[in-house]
Design a protein around this ligand. Structure first.
Ligand code: SAH
Ligand code: DHB
Ligand code: MG
Length: 222
């Protein structure tokens, strides 16, 4: 298949509706400067996350996997003045660069970076009876995606929207014999969603600037 058209259309959408300002381009530049692989969401995926955050009037957002804050900035910009985004990042280096990017974007008041393993931070939040989040974006390491999703449910309320990145992986998820842990991790989540009574869910394919992939989108039932 000729995929050129997908990249071109992505550019078209980005130029129209997902323009990056300096804080966002600086954030992408920080990846190169710091030698960190760019596995951020694309510009229009960032805008999609922002649209979701606005559509559910999100005041409290949880993100797993900050990298250097690119998706964080897109989502945090949807928050009202008293809104808050908590983002969890395991790598100390990434968390430090992300803090600089968030400060540079003027979002220090709204964004809290929790450095640590997502499983530990989520467990701690549950033990501490943390208030429910309005939106959760799961984008950390792929093998424990199902565990992240189940813990996110405990930090949710009816109507909470939970979005999981990278659940298609170029279609590799369709291969039942695939052994890569990034693939089997998201396959397990996708199957979990089939019988999960707590959510209404689907998956959208994503194409364009980033490789062919997909996001699972789930809303917690009443
Ligand atoms: N959401 C970012 C991209 C995240 S990339 C964006 O779109 O801009 C995935 C990130 O998850 C990496 O920074 C990686 O260090 C982090 N990560 C990996 N394992 C983790 C874990 N167990 N807990 C928290 N973060 C983790
Ligand atoms: C990978 C992780 C991501 O979150 C992503 O969007 C793309 C790739 C990865 O670990 O390969
Ligand atoms: Mg991702």
């Amino acid at each position: 298949m000729d995929n050129k058209i997908f990249g071109q259309v992505d550019e078209y959408i980005n130029n129209l509706l997902a323009n990056e300002d300096k804080a966002l381009t600086d954030t992408l530049a920080s990846l190169e400067r710091e030698g960190i692989e760019n596995i951020s969401v694309s510009a229009n995926q960032g805008k999609l996350l922002q649209v979701f955050a606005k559509s559910c009037n999100a005041k409290r957002i949880l993100e797993l996997g900050t990298l250097v804050g690119y998706s964080t900035i897109w989502m945090a910009r949807a928050l009202p003045a008293d809104g808050k985004l908590t983002t969890v990042e395991y790598s100390e280096h990434n968390a430090r660069v992300a803090q600089e990017n968030i400060d540079n974007a003027g979002l220090s008041e709204k964004v809290e970076i929790r450095q640590g393993k997502a499983l530990d931070v989520l467990t701690e939040m549950i033990v501490n009876n943390e208030a429910a989040f309005d939106m959760v974006f799961i984008d950390a390491d792929k093998p424990p995606y199902t565990e992240y999703f189940k813990l996110a449910l405990k930090l949710s309320r009816p109507g909470t929207i939970i979005i999981c990145d990278n659940v298609i992986r170029g279609g590799a998820v369709m291969d039942e014999h695939n052994q890569e842990d990034k693939v089997t991790g998201v396959q397990r989540l996708n199957k979990f969603l089939v019988d999960c009574e707590d959510v209404t869910a689907t998956i959208i394919q994503t194409v364009g600037a980033k490789d062919h992939d997909g996001m699972a989108i789930a809303v917690v039932k009443k």
